[in-house]
Design a protein around this ligand. Structure first.
Ligand code: C2O
Ligand code: CU
Length: 478
């Protein structure tokens, strides 16, 4: 059994500053798990499905009896789930009714640069924009979220995140758990003010134009309340069958090491079937999963070994107190199960070091650049983000080896457009990823494939406060 992902056992202080809620948080495992609705296309033609989303202020009951104001896709957090079929173009018209500029990025999408949500390519308040996604890529759990330069942290924290699932024939033929037994789980920590509003340590960026995070919290904003699909420590009643869970860590700065308590009497807690960019070649069993910001683990949990009535808690071994728990499953009923987890899932062509035509090194650290709004920035090779600076110019159709290094604190590194395989460390098993977590002092070697589109894209730390404090760089595919 592997342990899935990075092994760094960080403390809260190395990840960032903990914000404490100013009110009594609800008892865990009382709120039913919400599942975001699947958005219906407004129309479809021969090869394209068209959707519309309005970004607006919404109010929702996150804590019992209180209204929390969110910035949401269609006014909700999480936003609606979009489901696309591989190879069918998906066009999403975003209308911005928020008081601030926004940028939409489809995380994990292989998208032409003009639709990728470049951090300065904003939709002004009152504006509308069509994002066109070819989605000519294997089935995967993608997600969409805000990506505005300097303000991604606060804008995602206020609610701008949703799932975008890609489905294909390969996945459909496998017989994996489906329907209401295929459940996306967006895990995100938050803290609340006394009136139920979301606490984020910034001046209101819509009023000041200042970066969305204060110096005190530039290492990352952590909350004391764990939300899944927007509900605090929710509970899901399940039948004694297999379920597919698409785990996404949408937190700004918090990592999780997930396990089941009690573990199932036989077999691993989690059978991983997919990674960030889609299905693995073969399933991998894990007793615990290390989930860094923006990573996805597509897993099957088999509840058939538990007695009826069993409560099974999804715990976070990196948390303390409230953050040591995530949600609960209750094995409430008997169910029939004809789902399977085949021993062979998908074709995953392994990249080899010999295919790499270029090697590059990038160090993610604090400092090395001029102060940004009065604070020492986080940098990539000593460079704070600048839209005009190119850190790499890979050639279209090639494979490159990038050596990524993290200094000072852990950094989860996300690269747009180009899926990659992790050569070292080997704990990432198989599969295509778009985000790799590095512990402080760690180095990873990844093999990237630059296919699809020419143009300028970003890569960055997905600790959103590090990203907002300049830990981002450009590559231009030639
Ligand atoms: Cu999930 Cu560049 O972002
Ligand atoms: Cu970082």
């Amino acid at each position: 059994l592997g342990t899935g992902g990075g092994a760094n056992q960080e403390t809260e202080s190395s990840a960032g500053g903990l914000l404490t809620s100013e009110l009594a948080l609800p008892a865990p495992f009382t709120a039913p798990l919400p599942v975001p609705p699947v958005l219906r296309p407004t129309r479809s033609d021969a090869d394209t499905d068209y959707y519309e989303i309005t970004q607006r202020v919404g109010e929702q009951e996150i804590l019992p009896g209180l209204r929390t104001r969110v910035w949401g896709y269609d006014g909700t957090f999480p936003g609606p789930t979009i489901e696309s079929r591989r190879g069918r173009r998906t066009v999403v018209r975003h209308r911005n009714e928020l008081p601030v500029p926004v940028v939409v990025h489809l995380h994990g999408g292989r998208t032409p640069p003009e639709h990728d949500g470049y951090p300065t390519d904003v939709i002004a308040p009152g504006g509308t924009r069509d994002y066109a996604y070819p989605l000519d890529q294997p089935s995967a759990t993608l997600w969409y979220h805000d990506h505005r330069m300097d303000f991604t942290g606060p804008q995602v924290y206020r609610g701008l995140a949703g799932f975008h699932l890609v489905r294909d024939d390969v996945e459909q033929a496998l017989g994996l758990p489906a329907g209401d037994r295929d459940v996306p789980l967006m895990i995100a920590d938050r803290a609340f003010a006394a009136d139920g509003s979301l606490r984020y340590p910034s001046l209101d960026p819509s009023l000041t134009g200042q970066p969305g995070v204060t110096a005190e919290h530039m290492s990352g904003v952590l909350g004391d309340c764990v939300l899944v699909n927007g509900a605090p420590w929710p509970v899901l009643e399940v039948t004694n069958t297999r379920y597919r869970f698409r785990l996404l860590n949408a937190s700004n700065a918090r990592r999780y090491r997930l396990a089941l308590d009690p573990p199932p009497p036989r077999g691993p807690a989690f059978t991983q079937i997919g990674s960030d960019q889609g299905l693995l070649a073969a399933p991998v069993g894990h007793d615990a999963l290390h989930l860094a910001q923006a990573e996805r683990f597509d897993v099957v949990v088999d509840f058939s070994g538990y007695p009826l009535g069993q409560r099974v808690t999804l715990v976070n071994q990196l948390g303390r107190g409230g953050t040591a728990q995530v949600m609960r499953f209750v094995v409430a009923r008997r169910g029939t199960d004809d789902s399977r987890v085949p021993a062979k899932l998908a074709e995953v062509e392994p990249l080899t070091r010999a295919q790499a035509v270029v090697e590059r090194e990038f160090t993610f650290q604090r400092g090395g650049g001029a102060a940004h709004h009065g604070v020492t920035p986080w940098t990539v090779n000593g460079q704070p983000f600048h839209p005009d600076h190119l850190a790499a110019e890979p050639a279209l159709g090639t494979v490159e080896l990038w050596r990524l290094r993290a200094q000072n604190v852990p950094h989860p590194i996300h690269i747009h457009l180009a899926p990659f395989q992790v050569l070292n460390p080997g704990r990432y098993a198989t599969g295509w990823k778009d985000t790799v977590d590095l512990g402080s002092g760690d180095e990873a070697e990844v093999l990237l494939r630059f296919d699809g589109y020419r143009g300028k894209y970003v890569f960055h730390c997905h600790n959103l406060e590090h990203e907002d404090m300049m830990m981002m760089a450009n590559f231009q595919v030639r």
